[in-house]
Design a protein around this ligand. Structure first.
Ligand code: FAD
Length: 397
């Protein structure tokens, strides 16, 4: 398979990591991103996994300390009663979506990062792929990488697969120093904290400051079970009455939605309640997932969330996308005569990793969203991508 020009659809973590690696490998690479402006300013925290930062650490002068903060423990608390359920030593680092995205975008540059390009159609022949955009333009390439996320338009066009609602949503928020009591700040600083509930759970951990600021911020996620149908529709309807498909961002939330968040937070134990009340720009996102049978379709490859869409609980969704990028770049760097074979091998490994990860996070959700057994330090629930062949079950599901 002859390839010199590659189009990457979606310019988030998966797309940018892929584009950088393929450009380094000597391909001509263009990124087509739906958003009309760079994606900084959205998103909250991300747990650092080696795959996520591998490009920045190995191929740029980025220091891990400049883009992440460390912590030393994981704490498990009953978020209703405040009972401490256990603490383990666990040295994780945390970064922010913004920090990673901004740095990857900066390294790739803006010349071939095309904003405002929403792919609506795709077609291919034996030696070419065509992309059609919502603005009426089109572009061609020898190969296309679909890194267009969990609601991938390319996955839908190729195989009609949308992601499935997982039965719960997540509220996310950020808290700046000074917005909460020092004792509450100290409680959440230096730890990854689980707040377990009978019908959902919270997580909280520190992340780096905004660009140009000092210190740390705190971020939390609170997962609520919400049945599909009227209740979900009401929660996901913005202040203009529009039912949004994935997220209702802070500026789109109605007063009633924020009030519901604050009222429910009143029932949490003090540190969690204070954290949620103090959150700037809290927003709500649907949790969904998807599996696929194949990720290579001729000259098109699905990558990251556009391939297998996981849920967030093992903190490695972005690492999975980055890992897909590294392994795909290796496969495409093989001799033209071996590329079809290399891509088939890439697909096998990618699917094995993705499916094992999906099984792991579904199992975690089965415990975390129902008040099930979630023992401190349970090895099967350790963050990160599973090694192929690693068992995913921990006792009875
Ligand atoms: P995504 O990160 O979902 O990226 C998909 C990209 O494709 C997006 O940039 C999207 O705008 C673009 N796109 C979608 N459809 C089209 C189309 N038709 N044409 C062109 N482009 C298209 N995860 C966390 O753990 N914590 C966070 O705080 C966090 N914040 C995020 C903020 C933003 C703005 C985004 C987009 C994602 C965020 N995520 C966050 C999700 C996380 O990045 C992904 O789950 C994971 O990294 C996999 O990345 P991905 O590149 O495969 O998919």
């Amino acid at each position: 398979m002859e390839i010199s020009r590659i189009a990457v659809v979606g310019g988030s973590i998966g797309g940018l990591t892929t584009a950088l690696l393929l450009r380094d490998a000597g391909f001509e690479v263009d990124v087509y991103e739906r958003s009309t402006k760079p994606l900084s300013g959205f998103g909250t925290g991300i747990v650092v996994q080696p795959e996520l930062v591998k490009y920045l650490v190995e191929r740029t002068d980025t220091e891990l300390d400049a883009i992440s903060v460390p912590s030393s423990t994981m704490r498990y608390t009953d978020a209703h009663t405040g009972d401490e359920l256990g603490t383990i030593d666990a040295a994780w680092r945390f970064t922010s979506y913004d920090g990673i995205y901004r740095r990857l975008h900066e390294v790739f540059g803006s010349e071939r990062y095309h904003l405002g390009k929403t792919v609506v159609g795709i077609g291919q022949s034996a030696d070419h792929v065509d992309l059609r955009f919502a603005d009426g333009t089109d572009a061609g390439a020898d190969f296309v990488v679909a890194a267009d996320g969990g609601s991938s338009v390319i996955r839908q066009r190729l195989i009609g697969r949308k992601s499935d609602y997982a039965g719960y949503v997540t509220w996310r928020g950020l808290v700046s120093p000074g917005a909460i009591d020092q004792s509450t700040w100290d409680y959440f600083d230096d730890a990854f904290t689980y707040g377990l509930l009978s019908d959902g759970h919270l997580i909280a951990y520190p992340i780096p400051p905004r660009d140009g600021e000092e210190g740390r911020r705190l971020n939390f996620q609170w997962y609520w079970n919400v049945p599909d149908g009227a209740q979900l529709d009401e929660l996901m309807t913005d202040c203009n009455g529009i039912r949004l498909p994935t997220s209702v961002h802070a500026h789109q939330l109605c007063v009633r939605q924020r009030k519901t968040l604050d009222t429910r937070a009143d029932e949490l134990t003090q540190p969690f309640a204070e954290l949620v009340h103090a959150a700037e720009n809290a927003f709500v996102t649907i949790v969904s997932d998807a599996d696929v049978e194949a990720t290579v379709y001729g000259r098109i490859a699905l990558l990251g969330d556009a391939a297998i869409t996981p849920r967030p609980h093992a903190a490695a969704g972005a690492a999975k996308a980055a890992n897909d990028a590294w392994t795909l770049a290796d496969a495409l760097s093989s001799e033209p005569g071996h590329r079809v074979e290399s891509l088939a091998e890439w697909e096998r490994t990618q699917l094995a990793v993705g499916r094992a990860y999906l099984a792991k996070v579904r199992q975690m959700a089965g415990r975390l969203q129902t008040g099930g057994d979630f023992p401190p330090g349970e090895p099967a629930f350790r963050f990160g991508l599973p090694k192929i062949g690693e068992p995913v079950s921990a006792g009875q599901p």
